[in-house]
Design a protein around this ligand. Structure first.
Ligand SMILES: Cc1cc2nc3c(=O)[nH]c(=O)nc-3n(C[C@H](O)[C@H](O)[C@H](O)COP(=O)(O)O)c2cc1C
Length: 223
């Protein structure tokens, strides 16, 4: 089993990284192969909004976004962590979300995911919800989520409560535990929202339709 861990903080030694490294250690202790990425070390530009990826299946910008997205596609799961910036995910994380082919392409189908959000004041629950929705809307199973409020730059040791959440979420990933309510919710979003939308777009979304057929989400390339 292979899991990709992504840190959306520009600080590679901050509190978000600290939680993500704890998740990494826990997953490794369960015999899982883990690859850790700090988005700040990668070259990921802003989305240009041209929508050509929906037609061709890949981005016109040649940088690390498609490469990281491909790694996720071939992994069994994803751990996404971000600090809260203005009650939202960091700019680094938002750029990757926009460029990573998540929701329309259903990148996280059959993948087990954990989300992590940190903040020091108000809004970190919004950040967590943004990451949680991304997982569910992209077809993933949310195996657990962790929100931590801590003073900026604090080097505090993670509490037993947080360690427990990390342990439980990692075990659910390792056990490949599905969640029937999340599945139902996702099926509804996909069949009522995403699929008719893509059908209306027709030939402009052939890359998306081919991707769904490859994942056997639809029969042939006929929706
Ligand atoms: C530009 C900026 C905006 C921030 N906005 C918020 C915010 O809206 N709410 C909050 O709780 N914390 C906010 N913070 C604090 C960080 O989210 C918090 O310290 C976070 O845990 C830092 O994570 P890191 O150590 O992994 O970088 C902000 C920090 C920065 C630099």
């Amino acid at each position: 089993m292979k899991i990709i861990v992504i840190n959306g903080s520009p600080r590679t030694n901050g509190i978000t990284a600290s939680i993500l490294h704890s998740v990494e250690s826990e997953l490794i202790s369960l015999g899982i192969d883990v690859e850790f990425f700090n988005l700040t070390d990668l070259d990921i530009g802003h989305c240009l909004g041209c929508c050509s990826c929906y037609k061709t299946g890949h981005c016109i910008i040649k940088d690390d976004a498609d490469r990281l997205s491909e790694k996720i596609k071939h992994a069994d799961g994803l751990v996404l962590g971000s600090p809260t910036y203005a009650s939202n995910v960091s700019g680094l994380m938002k750029d990757f979300i926009d460029r990573g082919h998540f929701v329309i392409e259903q990148l996280l189908k059959d993948k087990y995911c954990i989300t992590v959000a940190t903040g020091e004041n108000y809004g970190f629950k919004n950040t967590l919800k943004i990451l949680d929705d991304l997982v569910i809307f992209s077809g993933g199973t949310l195996s657990g989520h962790i929100a931590l409020k801590a003073p900026f730059n604090s080097k505090e040791v993670l509490s037993e409560k947080i360690r427990n959440l990390i342990r439980k979420a990692s075990c659910r990933v390792e056990a490949k535990k599905k969640n029937i309510f999340q599945n139902l919710y996702h099926n509804l979003i996909f069949s009522i929202g995403i699929k008719p939308f893509v059908k209306r777009k027709g030939k402009r979304y052939t890359g998306v339709i081919k991707g769904w057929a490859d994942m056997q989400m639809i029969k042939g390339e006929n929706i």
